[in-house]
Design a protein around this ligand. Sequence first.
Ligand code: SAM
Length: 226
Amino acid sequence: HAAASDDRADERQRLTQTVAAQMRETGSATGRPALSERVTTALRQVPRHAFVPEDQRLYAYVNRPLPIGHGQTISQPYIVALMTELAQPQPDHKVLEVGTGSGYQAAVMARLVRTVYSMEIIEPLGLAARERLQTLGYRNVEVRLGDGYHGWEEHAPYDAILVTAAASHIPPPLIRQLKPGGRMVIPVGAAFLVQQLMLVEKNADGTVSTRQILPVAFVPLTGGAR
Ligand code: SAM
C-alpha cells in the first residue's frame, strides 16, 4: 500500500472529524453507517489535494465536491466516506468502481481492500487518474478506459461495486458481476435532478434487495446503455 502523506495532515485530520460528525448526526435511525476506524484511517491518509486541479487545491479539505474538468467532479468527502462504509470493505475484497474521475474514491478504497478495478469513460480523466495513482504509490488499483455500464467482466465477480455517477436504473451487468452476498452502492434517478443513493445487496439465490440511503446529486452515468 502507498505511504501516507504528511502534507496538509492537519487539514485532513479536521476534515475527517467533520465527516465523522456528519455521519454521526445523520446516522443510525436512517440506516446510514457511522464512520469506522478503518475508513477514518483511510481518509486521514489519502492526500485529497493531490487529486484536484491546481486551482482547487486551496479547497481540497473542505467537505464539498470540486470540479475536476470535463464537466466532472470529485465527490464530497462525506459521500465518499458513506459509500465506502456501505460497501463494508474487507482486506481480502475485490472492488469494482464505475467512474474513476480523479481517482480519489479508488485510492480511499484501495487502502481497505485487496484490489480496486476502476473504469472511466472520459479518456483524459482516466489517463490522469491512472498516472496519479501510480505516482502516489497505489499498486492495487487498476484503471480501465471504457463504459462501466457493462462492468469489467474479466475480474468478476466482485465483493462490492461502487457506481459514482447517476444511473436511471441499476445496470443488470453490474448485478450479474456482483458476488452473492455482495453489495453495490449506486445513485439511481433522473440525470441533473436529485437521485437516491441506493444500497443493493445480492442475496444467495441471486435476487437483490435494495434500500434507499440518501437523496444525492451526482453527475450522470453516460455511455451506451441508458
Ligand atoms: N469517484 C470519482 C472521484 O473520486 O473523483 C468521482 C466520480 S465523478 C462524480 C463521476 C465520473 O463517472 C466522471 O468522471 C464520469 O466521467 C464518469 N462516468 C460517467 N459515466 C460513466 C460510464 N458509463 N463509465 C465509466 N465512467 C463513467
